[in-house]
Design a protein around this ligand. Structure first.
Ligand SMILES: [Zn+2]
Length: 230
């Protein structure tokens, strides 16, 4: 990746760091316990402070570090992601996950040091509040968990939808001009990799639809999904 935008892996979701002459912009901040490692990584590549954290979604492995950044940076998420944190929708999350102070419903952008980062909600998928973060100058997106691992994880309590998921990815791929894809977890890939993932989501969706048409209960459908796609 260009030096201005690096990916920080390890525990939790992938963090993207975008450097500008006036401060760093982060995408996601992992768990609270990962804050020191993230801070050390940033310090090793820039003297600038983190000014913004753009959050892809509310799960603790992506937003758990919000509380550590909020005193000195602005955390921005979709309105639904904030609501899910405030309502403690993720049942296994720590009690101290802090919501963003600034929210958007459709789209927002941050301009810093002559650089631009956009955050856009394209529809439901992994949750009801997944933002895709776009670095236009780098032709790069961070998908959050709209792409993560090899198979989709649908957070139903958090408003996720396997039916909407493919439409959401289709809209993003049609709207944004990009080559490089930073997924929520796992290695950096490209547009073809995202398309392959999208087709896998479609396969899962069609299998679920078939089971529902056959009169299977939601519990049965969930059992088959877990057995066949995990
Ligand atoms: Zn997630």
């Amino acid at each position: 990746m260009p030096k201005t935008c690096t990916k920080f892996e390890g525990d939790g979701g992938n963090v993207a760091v975008y450097l500008t002459g006036e401060g760093a912009i982060l995408v996601d901040d992992k768990y609270d316990r990962d804050h020191d490692a993230i801070a050390a990584h940033i310090k090793s590549i820039t003297d600038q402070p983190v000014k913004y954290v753009l959050s892809t979604h509310y799960h603790e492995d992506h937003s758990g570090g919000n509380g550590k950044f909020l005193p000195t940076a602005e955390v921005i998420s979709t309105a639904n992601a904030r609501t899910n944190i405030v309502k403690r929708v993720q049942s296994n999350a720590s009690a101290n996950v802090e919501p963003a102070r600034v929210v958007f419903t459709d789209e927002t952008a941050v301009f810093l040091g002559g650089k631009e980062v956009r955050a856009k909600f394209f529809g439901r998928g992994h949750t009801n509040g997944d933002a895709i973060i776009y670095f236009p100058a780098l032709r790069t997106i961070h998908t959050g968990d709209l792409m993560a691992g090899s198979t989709p994880l649908i957070d139903y309590p958090g408003g996720g939808s396997v039916v909407e998921w493919t439409r959401t990815l289709d809209a993003a791929m049609k709207t944004l001009d990009f080559d490089r894809v930073i997924p929520g977890h796992g290695p950096i890939t490209n547009k073809a990799g995202l398309m392959a993932y999208r087709n896998n989501v479609e396969k899962l969706r069609d299998r679920a639809a078939g089971l529902i048409r056959a009169g299977k209960s939601q519990a049965d459908v969930a059992k088959v999904m877990t057995a066949e796609f995990n």
